[in-house]
Write a protein that binds this ligand. Structure first.
Ligand SMILES: NC(=O)c1ccc[n+]([C@@H]2O[C@H](COP(=O)([O-])OP(=O)(O)OC[C@H]3O[C@@H](n4cnc5c(N)ncnc54)[C@H](OP(=O)(O)O)[C@@H]3O)[C@@H](O)[C@H]2O)c1
Length: 331
């Protein structure tokens, strides 16, 4: 590969087994939710993909609606694959999803068979792929029988358009139902994608984290940096080129409360004592007990990816550090 931020290669990447499956995923994966739409620099996207791959990140996470506009992240990734990455296809795990509003009318949203299978065909076309490695139901749909959504995932595999399937944003109870159906169908259901970070611990209280481990399903956790809050970038105000500063609508000034900022400052002190950045500490924390397969980060520039993978240079938190972090988070 040609571009690596600061000419760096990273060889400490760890690959974790995704649940009980044969699939190995990197401890850190890269997502395309932000910074891969038409309004961004294509050259920066290429550099981020190359940097990630050179750092051992083999898993790239997309969804039909990533952009803006929806579909553009898959199209841009397709362009990068075509131009540069095609020879490496078998070294990559590419995932996509359907579940949020994608096109007008009653068939462009939710969990119906009609929507999911049409959307997967569109995603494959945009990326120029014959199959994705993982196809997800992006969110539970209360208006569609869960059997229908799960049968659609199963069909995607049987049609050869996905190797594995996953679900995202399903709570523990919904996951139990999905698991029972997919187990009966013998569908390769290997992964769940929930949100999880020091600021967002719902998978612990809901029981999903333990349940996924109990049934042997991998956990690829998204927004482990709380969309950038768990870094040092907001310590001295709001940079214009940050996710809050860019006013994407997904993270706003209101999310940066005084209470949160105090916690960010205190957590940063722990990170410094470990010789890490706060972003690195936040990643080590989600991976701390071996129950999470991969921390799914986003990035706006290649240097962030390099910084983040270096979290794995110092991956073990001591009991004292874990307790000190608990005190800050509960304080
Ligand atoms: N399944 C779902 O429903 C769902 C929902 C959301 C996300 N996801 C997936 O998860 C992926 C990650 O989500 P996310 O982007 O919210 O994750 P995140 O890792 O919590 O936040 C990423 C953002 O943090 C900032 N950042 C990253 N590394 C940094 C560093 N070292 N120093 C300073 N700032 C840093 C960048 O924002 P700046 O722009 O401020 O630089 C970056 O875009 C998405 O791309 C998507 O694939 C899935």
């Amino acid at each position: 590969m040609v571009y690596v931020a600061n000419g760096e290669r990273y060889s400490n990447m760890k690959y974790n087994r995704c649940g009980n499956s044969g699939l190995m995923l990197p401890a850190i994966s890269l997502g395309f939710w932000h910074n891969f739409g038409y309004n961004e620099s294509f050259e920066n996207m290429r550099r981020m993909v190359f940097t990630a791959f050179d750092c051992g990140i083999t898993h790239f996470d997309l969804a039909n609606n990533y952009g803006p506009p929806p579909g553009s992240a898959e199209e841009n990734f397709g362009r990068i694959l075509r131009q540069d990455m095609r020879p490496y296809r078998d070294e990559m795990v590419i995932s996509t999803k359907a579940g949020y509003r994608m096109w007008p009318g009653p068939y462009g949203d939710g969990g119906s068979r009609k929507y999911l299978l049409a959307s997967l065909d569109q995603s494959l076309k945009r990326m120029g792929l014959d199959y994705v490695d993982i196809f997800y139901s992006h969110r539970p749909d209360p208006n569609t029988p869960i059997e229908e959504t799960m049968y659609a995932l199963d069909s995607a595999v049987r049609q050869g358009k996905a190797l594995y399937v996953g679900i995202s944003n399903y709570n523990r109870e919904q996951t139990e139902k999905a698991y029972d159906i997919l187990r009966e169908l013998k569908t390769p259901f290997v992964v769940h994608q929930p949100s999880y970070s020091m600021f967002n611990r719902w998978i612990e209280t809901d029981g999903l984290k333990d349940y996924a481990n109990q049934i042997g399903i991998g956990l690829v956790v998204f927004s482990p940096l709380a969309q950038g809050l768990l870094t040092t970038k907001y310590l001295n105000g709001i940079p214009e080129d940050s996710r809050i500063g860019k006013r994407t609508g997904f993270l706003s000034e209101k999310d940066l409360t005084k209470e949160k900022l105090d916690k960010i400052v205190a957590l940063n002190e722990i990170a410094k004592k470990r010789g890490q950045t706060l972003a690195q500490l936040a990643l080590v924390w989600v991976l701390r007990d071996g129950k999470v397969t991969s921390a799914l980060i986003g990035a706006s520039r290649p240097e962030q990816i390099v910084e983040n993978v270096h979290a794995l240079d110092n991956p073990v938190l001591s009991q004292e550090e874990i307790e000190a972090i608990e005190r800050i988070l509960n304080g």
